[in-house]
Design a protein around this ligand. Sequence first.
Ligand code: ADP
Length: 419
Amino acid sequence: MSFFDPNAYVKRLERLVEVCRNLGKSEDVKHLLQQVVNAACDLTGSQYSFLFTYEQETDLLKIVAGPLENRDALARVRVPIEKSLTGSVYSKSRSITINNAQSDPRMFHDMERVLRYTTQAICAVPVIFRGKTIGVLETVNKRDKSIYNEDDLIILETLASQAAIAALSTSLIEETENAYTEAKELDQMKNNFIAIASHELRTPLGLVLGHATFLRELISDEQQRSQVEIIIRNATKLKTIIEELANINGYQTGSARFRVKTVPINALIQKICEQFYEQACQNNISLQTNLLTQEIQIEGDEEKLVIAFSNLIKNALIFTNPQGHVVVSIEQLPGFVQISFDDDGIGIPENELHKIFTRFYQVQSHLTRKHGGMGLGLSATKAMIEMHKGKIWVESVEGKGSKFTVLLPISAQHNTMRP
Ligand code: ADP
């Protein structure tokens, strides 16, 4: 007759809590499941413990954790779902304790042969996750030859439920990590493709542009000249796309060329705006500038700044309806110059705002929208501003307009407004 020892009982519960707490820290599934069977063995005072899961290919149960010293031999064992004790726990999803196992007709003897033992008693519980049985946790033979009781069952059920949650969350983490690695590899392939394509296209396009420009000078016939103008205009558009691709890629891979010189920002903005007055006028949009009274110099790559600012003005004009307004303003802040591009155009839906600086992203589908473009302008702009250690952000209200703001550091020697 066994007597109830409250101290031993509390100790077992303490161990159970400790084991469950540690399960959450396990980094890989295999290690975690091994910890579960070790704890099951230990806490129930059993000779062996096994964890089985269902194997789809064979429609049998396989051992995923058991005594470590027999791991290889046990890995080959398969237990039928019908006509085995373990199988009946799995298929009926019901726990069992059997203390005279040899007289049970469902007894399956393969594991006894591998480990060379005779089963006297078995305690087995289903491993259930979200109502679905995914395996069986089983202990065999009490070391002190006593029988399995309700406490053993509770311990196994607790361990089984912890194992199910921990194993599933671990495998979810593994799946997420694998998906992330795959996405990273694909991203790398895309970067490589963009780098190769933009590099290979640059040279022939440069030749087309160079020869067409040369031809334009030689041709006196007006009609022929306008044909050559079309070639030059479209080749220049292609060049911009290639430059944008190369710039974004160069920024992401750290290989972008950066030709620094002192740039007068007031004059630069004025020059860029002048190039857009005609387009603004044609679309019946007012394009205004609020420049500084005193020039500010920054250290930067003028060509890249021209592309970045031009993109912002170009977009403001594209996404503003006739009779609309676009205002470009410069403001000096301590250590920085702030340039804002304000329009009262169509605006950007709030849920799209965080995506517009992403490469190839366009608010309207490429197929349904009225304007051309590849969704590269803003990501290239952001890349170029960040190359200058600057920042760019957008505020917008759909139907009311958008405001893009660029903040660029002023180099120390030019900073007349120290904080
Ligand atoms: P694209 O050159 O294809 O227009 P961009 O990267 O320049 O690509 O812009 C991405 C998207 O952001 C655009 O398709 C447009 O939907 C939105 N967008 C950019 N600027 C504005 C603006 N000033 N007003 C409204 N929408 C804008």
